[in-house]
Design a protein around this ligand. Structure first.
Ligand code: C5P
Length: 397
């Protein structure tokens, strides 16, 4: 009974895939969940409430009022009751209403009152799925912290072949089970993540920086947040946006600012993952005015920055975990092992500039994770989102 005592609101909207929602409800109940169905008016055109209420043992909620006795159905109460809201199938219209707060039916008012995480399984014709409006709405929903189950490709109700089929109920169940098991590990954990480059000022218009995009650190922050952690993301200058309400972002520019922000929050954290590419040196002096052309050679003296990882390593308590990154061009493993000791890390994530598709500017990364005992696990080249998931799985195993 993987979902024992879990309260799930299952939202159903008007797609032919609504018939699969009946199997989904049954699977959720068999796994131990209590399921309350909320269906849109057009959802009822595809599957009858009688079928659904027979499966769940609860009257299906659809209208704001029950016609015969005028009872008001409280979407607010459902929002408090649920451990999860699962919207499957979610039509293009429902996605649009969710993204834009158009609360003209019980499903959307319930969604907008929801205190629990929301998982959405879209279903629609291939052209509707490919339309930029749908892409935009899904991006907006992700930015609200909702989890989107990508539709599968195959034959659609229109007999066209393409992407738009709602994921099969068995796979949705597996995702829901996985979601709850991951949530139980990270829920309410406080995690500090540093991300991006640092800029070390030379004069009012120039700096010393590096190519870090911040993508890996932001993916880590999002993955931790989706799994229920409270994330503090200390970000160097990057153009990325944060996409989850569980993330508190602190923007910094220099290594010194990153150091100060990290040292301040670390004592209240359970874990710190230091993904930032921190400049090791900064100009000893900053010019007040823009340096002018002229003369032969401009010498800029550099002084070392503090090592944030090593400082946190010194402060670390027995119940805190510290994870560092190492980007090496040579002698990767021996350098990484030295860093584990020097910085008192629990794990180091090794990525190499020698691997195609891995490193700074890519959306993919290829990593190995090494622990304090020198044990090494190698991973394949994956998206930074998947790499983030692997890192979290290993850290909290
Ligand atoms: O020594 P190196 O810079 O290769 O170490 C990389 C690891 O140390 C990364 O986790 C990085 O975020 C962290 N680091 C730091 N402060 C510095 C330099 C590196 O936290 N000043």
């Amino acid at each position: 009974m993987t979902l024992k005592n879990k309260h799930i609101v299952l939202g159903i909207s008007g797609s032919i895939a609504a018939y699969k929602a009946a199997s989904l409800a049954r699977l959720l109940i068999k796994a131990g969940a209590e399921v309350q169905i909320v269906i849109t008016p057009s959802g009822k055109e595809f599957i009858t409430p009688v079928t659904l209420s027979t499966l769940t043992g609860k009257p299906v909620v659809s209208e704001f009022f029950t016609a015969n006795d005028g009872t008001w159905h409280s979407h607010v109460d459902l929002g408090q009751w649920a451990d999860l809201m699962l919207i499957a199938p979610a039509t293009a219209s429902t996605l649009g209403k969710m993204a834009n707060g158009i609360a003209d039916n019980m499903l959307i008012t319930t969604y907008m009152s929801m205190k629990a995480p929301v998982i959405v399984a879209p279903a629609m014709d291939l052209d509707m799925f490919a339309h930029p409006a749908t892409t935009k709405n899904l991006d907006i929903l992700r930015s609200y912290g909702n989890i989107i189950i990508e539709p599968a490709s195959g034959e659609l109700a229109s007999h066209l072949i393409g992407k738009g089929r709602m994921e099969e109920p068995e796979n949705i169940l597996a995702l829901v089970e996985d979601f709850f098991s991951k949530q139980s590990i990270l829920s309410k954990k406080k995690i500090l993540i540093t991300a991006g480059p640092t800029y070390e000022k030379i004069d009012p218009v120039r700096f010393i920086g590096n190519y870090s995009s911040g993508k890996m650190g932001f993916s880590l922050a999002e993955e931790c947040a989706v799994r229920g952690a409270e994330v503090t993301l200390v970000a160097g200058p990057v153009s990325l946006k944060v996409n989850h309400p569980n993330i508190t972002r602190i923007d910094v520019e220099s290594a010194e600012e990153m150091y100060n922000a990290s040292i301040k929050v670390f004592p209240s954290m359970d874990t710190a993952i230091l993904c930032a590419a921190v400049a090791d040196f900064r100009p000893a002096e900053q010019y007040e005015e823009k340096v002018k052309r002229g003369g032969d050679i401009l010498n800029i003296s550099l002084v070392p920055n503090k090592d944030i990882a090593a400082s946190l390593g010194k402060m670390k308590k027995a119940n805190q975990l510290l994870v560092g990154f190492a980007l090496e061009t040579n002698d990767e493993e021996s350098n990484a092992l030295k860093k584990i000791v020097k910085k008192n890390l629990d794990f180091i994530v090794l990525n190499s500039l020698n691997d195609a598709g891995a490193g700074f500017k890519y959306d993919t990364n290829k990593i190995a994770i090494i622990n304090r005992n020198g044990e090494r696990i190698d991973f394949a080249l994956k998206s930074k989102k998947e790499v983030a998931s692997d890192i979290i799985d290993e850290t909290f195993r």
